[in-house]
Design a protein around this ligand. Structure first.
Ligand SMILES: N[C@@H](CCC(=O)N[C@@H](CS)C(=O)NCC(=O)O)C(=O)O
Length: 280
């Protein structure tokens, strides 16, 4: 048995807090010490869940593990998924994937996600990537109600519209403009800066007289777009001219559960990473 499998097995043991391990390999093969962060030599992900355990009965009715969430705190799409998990109230087992070391290109990861992107989740063998698809899944599968992702087709269409706007216009404009600067040392391209401003101007218009980007309450669209807007802001792009965005941004910061923990802190990690890249 690989150490990787051993870690998954140990997760299962710790979840059920039961000695009823009727499936899997015997415990003595397990090389993972519960309570310590685990890094497999084959696949160096860090297991952070040791510190907060789900309360389960000693004899669990089903052997269901929490969702494994492959991510990095600095990544905007990963932050959007983390915010969604917090808003939905679903426990996630955060596992860091060291992109710089190529963890995402290792066979164990490619088996789950051949596109080798984070965020990726493993919900008891159901593998899913693409942040906005994951967000929709978490809300549909684990949401206590449908406010984050309405079931009504028209309301849902508006949420989807703004999620696609984020993926295809706002975040895309940001990535097209700034990634070549950070990761390929290219000069700032004024036309690409204008595209970011144009996308922000659209967003500002959508928010005219509105508290949220899609409907009358906070939805997945707000969580996705706040991860993007905070990323655009942290790289020094001026967003202050957009008054509606500024008002909405302050509101989402105060209303989104665990905002600081999952997005505020994460966006600073992103900034530190790009500062480091720019020094090289
Ligand atoms: N559209 C995807 C973008 C995911 C993405 O590009 N993630 C980056 C990190 S922020 C990544 O995994 N890069 C590694 C790679 O593509 O090989 C989403 O929203 O999930």
């Amino acid at each position: 048995m690989t150490k990787w499998k051993a870690a998954k097995l140990t997760d299962k043991i710790m979840d059920t807090q039961s000695s009823q391990l009727s499936r899997g390999a015997p415990l003595e093969n397990n090389t993972y010490t519960p309570g310590f962060c685990f890094t497999s030599p084959q696949f160096s992900v860090t297991n952070h869940r040791c510190f907060h355990r789900r309360k389960v009965s000693p004899v669990a009715p089903e052997m269901k593990m929490p969702i494994d969430f492959y991510q990095l705190p600095g990544s905007a799409p990963c932050r959007a998924v983390a915010l969604t998990a917090a808003a939905v109230g679903v426990e996630m087992n955060f596992k860091e994937v060291a992109l710089m070391k190529g963890d995402h290109l290792k066979p164990e990861f490619l088996k789950m996600n051949p596109q080798h992107t984070i965020p990726t989740i493993d919900d008891n063998g159901f593998y899913l990537w693409e942040s906005r698809a994951i967000m929709g899944y978490l809300a549909d599968q684990y949401g206590k109600n449908d406010t984050l992702y309405p079931k009504d087709p028209k309301k849902r269409a508006i949420v989807n519209q703004k999620l696609y706007f984020d993926a295809c216009t706002l975040y895309k404009a940001f990535a097209d403009c700034y990634y070549p600067i950070f990761f390929a040392k290219e000069a700032k391209n004024p036309a690409k800066v204008s595209s970011v401003d144009a996308a922000l101007t659209f967003l500002d218009k959508f928010l005219e007289g509105q508290d949220y980007v899609a409907g009358k309450s906070m939805t997945l669209a707000d969580l996705s777009i706040v991860a993007t807007v905070s990323t655009i802001e942290i790289v020094g792009h001026d967003i202050k001219a957009h008054k509606n965005i500024a008002r909405w941004y302050a509101k989402i910061k105060s209303e989104a559960p665990k905002y600081e923990e999952y997005n505020g802190a994460g966006v600073k990690v992103f900034k530190a990473l790009i500062d480091e890249m720019m020094k090289k």
